[in-house]
Write a protein that binds this ligand. Structure first.
Ligand code: SAM
Ligand code: SF4
Length: 440
């Protein structure tokens, strides 16, 4: 195998993977490789994998097969294949043994990708799944050009060990990046074109500089000239401090949106999940958040069909949804993850048809509230950050402060902030009319 000249990075799963994928692309570009939009035409393909739910590993093996077939159909040599992300961490050597890939690199070790690729070019399959505490960020190249919205990973790993979740095993212990490095990277992102930054972490609100929490970082970013919007995700209820809640009342650039997963509405299920919060303690946090920022859009994650979940316990999840009236949510069927405690509860597994029916009912309830939240914005005007072109000529799509997609006809360009009258609402988006031409 020769040194690759072109690369393609494909990321699956969460926003943190998207961020990691961007950083890996920057690493490859810094080595002089050229990006290719077509995975079948690239010399090096990095599959940045996710292990959180169903059949993730099998999907990776199928994708490897597809890539090799695609190259053969084009009459090209087999591409160099690097498996990154959480499946790489969980499967390790097994992927090299089973699929003969060239590189396996874990989420904490991808700063070593150039060396691993160089070794693989010499014909030596190479693997790095070490988990050094946060060493990688210091070893990555400076940020390149980015779009109007950018991700910034501030915290990695998780110490919470929810019984269904693989993250503490694949991403390691909770580690926070340093305050100075984050402020520098945020400024670099703004210089590279970002007007909105979303701070990321598996438990982003567990970020700490040793003394102060996430609100301290948010307040520092509030002062960065050229940055107009700050968001953060994903938060854990137990790390939702009053300081962070108060930031929603007084930090102007902090958007009125909070993603705070609850997973289930029954205390027995929450305990079996090792969530370390109760239904009531979760609801009381939301009361305080709404007191600080009455118009806040609330979001959450739900798992249905956790082992042993009864019909009555599922009803408690539905009643919580109606009590909170979420603006948007993610909901999943429980998926046993190898190596996690819940995967051992096989006697209590819920039949798939029961879990599917619960998921349908939950999603119907969530959709009703999402539609109602969207309709409540009609008649108001708000700022929209233009992110991309729409399907029709002259149509642009941007985001409201509450993270809804807003479709409008405008001459404004990507990256402009436009004041928009909201005139219609659907389940997944709003329609608007631009009021004032964007400030440059
Ligand atoms: N740290 C966040 C929290 O505590 O809620 C969540 C991060 S996790 C990567 C994203 C979501 O995936 C979780 O909130 C949960 O709803 C879902 N999830 C995790 N493990 C799962 C599993 N085994 N089956 C189904 N959904 C799962
Ligand atoms: Fe997974 Fe729970 Fe950690 Fe979230 S808090 S990443 S769900 S173990």
């Amino acid at each position: 195998m020769t040194d690759p000249k072109t690369y393609h990075v494909k990321s699956y799963g969460c926003q943190m993977n998207v961020y990691d994928g961007e950083r890996m692309a920057e690493l490859m570009a810094a080595q002089g490789l050229t990006a290719s939009d077509d995975p079948n035409a690239a010399d090096l393909v990095v599959l940045n994998t996710c292990h959180i739910r169903e059949k993730a590993t099998e999907k990776v093996y199928s994708e490897i097969g597809r890539l090799r077939k695609g190259a053969a159909e084009l009459g090209r040599d087999k591409p160099m294949i690097a498996i990154a992300g959480c499946v790489a961490q969980a499967e390790g050597e097994e992927i090299i043994r089973r699929a003969k890939v060239d590189v396996v690199v874990g989420p904490q070790a991808y700063h070593n990708l150039p060396q691993l690729v160089a070794d693989a070019a010499k014909g030596q399959a190479s693997l790095d799944t070490d988990m050094p505490a946060i060493a990688k960020f210091g070893a990555l190249p400076a940020r390149r050009k980015v779009g109007p919205t950018a991700f910034l990973t501030v915290q990695e790993g998780c110490d919470k060990f929810c019984t269904y979740c693989v993250v503490p095993y694949t991403r390691g212990a909770e580690v926070s990046r340093s305050f100075d490095a984050l402020v520098d990277e945020a400024k670099a992102l703004v210089d590279a074109g970002a007007r909105e930054i979303t701070l990321l972490g598996q438990n982003v609100n567990a970020w700490s500089d040793g003394e102060q929490g996430l609100e301290h970082l948010i307040m520092a970013l509030d002062k960065v000239a050229g940055l107009e919007r700050i968001r953060y995700t994903t938060s854990h209820p137990n790390d939702m401090t009053q300081g962070l809640i108060d930031a929603h009342a007084h930090v102007e650039k902090l958007m009125p949106f909070l993603h705070l997963p609850v997973q289930a509405g029954s205390d027995r299920v929450l305990k079996a999940m090792n969530r370390s919060h109760s239904r009531d303690s979760y609801l009381r946090i939301l009361d305080r958040v709404r007191a600080a920022r009455p118009d806040i859009a609330l979001s959450g994650d739900f798992i249905v069909g956790f082992p042993g979940e009864t019909d009555a316990e599922f009803e408690e999840t539905l009643s919580l949804v109606h009590e909170v009236r979420y603006a948007q949510c993610f909901s999943f069927k429980y998926s046993p993850r190898p190596g996690t405690p819940a995967a051992e509860m096989t006697d209590d597994f819920i039949p798939d048809d029961v879990a599917s029916e619960r998921l349908q009912r939950l999603q119907a309830a969530l959709n009703t509230h999402q539609q109602a939240f969207n309709e409540a914005i009609v008649g108001r005007s708000c700022d929209v950050l233009i992110e991309r072109k729409g399907r029709h000529a002259g149509q642009m799509i941007g985001k409201s402060p509450w993270l809804q997609s807003v479709h409008l006809e405008t001459h404004a360009q990507i990256g402009d902030m436009v004041t928009v009258d909201i005139v219609s609402a659907g389940p997944n988006s709003l329609g608007g009319v631009a009021k004032v031409k964007a400030a440059a």
